[in-house]
Ligand binder design. Structure first.
Ligand SMILES: [Zn+2]
Length: 254
């Protein structure tokens, strides 16, 4: 089974969409899904809730990822709206996230609280290289322009960053967002392949922009739709397996 997190835009696709509510020990989660002819499903999870009511620091990350795991999901594409602090990436661009730096402060980061022994998850390849490479290949074939790979710095939010913070962050990362951590970590803890595509929505504090809000909104909507179509295309046509990545074998027990 497959999932897309954060992805709206699917509603424009000509497919019938059903919904369901999954209860987990961390809370319950609303999802939509479509079903392929072979019975495999793609689940759509709106990270901030369907009504966009949960700010980044209050997203129930553990419930979201656990719900997908309970449904048998092994492969997840996530989209993330990010600010750019790299002049190469301008608002409207799409980037592939290939690593993260975590500057969050108050989030529960793990399913492993010690009840089942002390466990650590390997983060040498946080975003699945298999899913990431497949995405790059299909994007190129579909003439969807990917501007490059980006290191994602996660802040706690919901406030934006100060100029001084961005001055420091830009030395180590390309884009800033508030949600990739702990989502990527929890997915890895549960042995899932997880990749993130960033959509640049704004310049970070202190960077100047000559692009109007209208331009950003229209390219955002276009990009969301294109990305969702690409993800579904990959899920329905590629023979995915976990033999070429370590996502399903990243827990180190002490
Ligand atoms: Zn993987």
């Amino acid at each position: 089974m497959y999932a897309i997190i954060g992805g709206t835009g699917v509603y424009q696709l000509n497919v019938s969409i059903q919904n369901l509510n999954i209860e987990t020990e961390y809370g319950d989660v609303d999802l939509d899904f479509i079903e392929f002819d072979n019975g495999e499903k793609v689940y759509f999870l709106s990270r901030h809730g369907k009504d966009h009511s949960k700010p980044p620091h209050n997203v129930n990350y553990r419930a979201n990822i656990m719900a997908l795991s309970l449904l048998g999901v092994k492969y997840i594409y996530a989209t993330a709206a990010v600010g750019s602090m790299n002049k190469k990436f301008i608002p409207g661009d799409i980037v592939l996230v290939n690593d993260f730096i975590d500057f969050t402060k108050s989030r529960v980061m793990t399913y492993y609280e010690g009840e089942t022994g002390v466990k650590h998850v390997d983060m040498s390849d946080p975003y699945c290289s298999n899913l990431s490479n497949l995405f790059l290949k299909r994007a190129e074939e579909s003439k969807v322009d990917i501007k490059g790979t980006a290191i994602y710095l996660t802040t706690e939010g919901p406030r934006f960053e100060t100029k001084a913070e961005i001055n420091m962050y830009k030395n180590f990362a390309d884009v800033v967002g508030m949600t990739s951590v702990p989502e990527v970590v929890l997915a890895k803890e549960l042995g899932m392949c997880y990749a993130t595509i960033g959509i640049i929505t704004n310049w970070c504090t202190g960077f100047k922009s000559e692009i109007t809000l209208h331009d950003i909104e229209s390219s955002m909507n276009m990009n969301k739709e294109k990305l969702t179509e690409l993800f579904i295309d990959i899920f329905s046509n590629e023979n995915l397996n976990q033999n070429n990545c370590k996502c399903n074998d990243s827990i180190i027990k002490l």
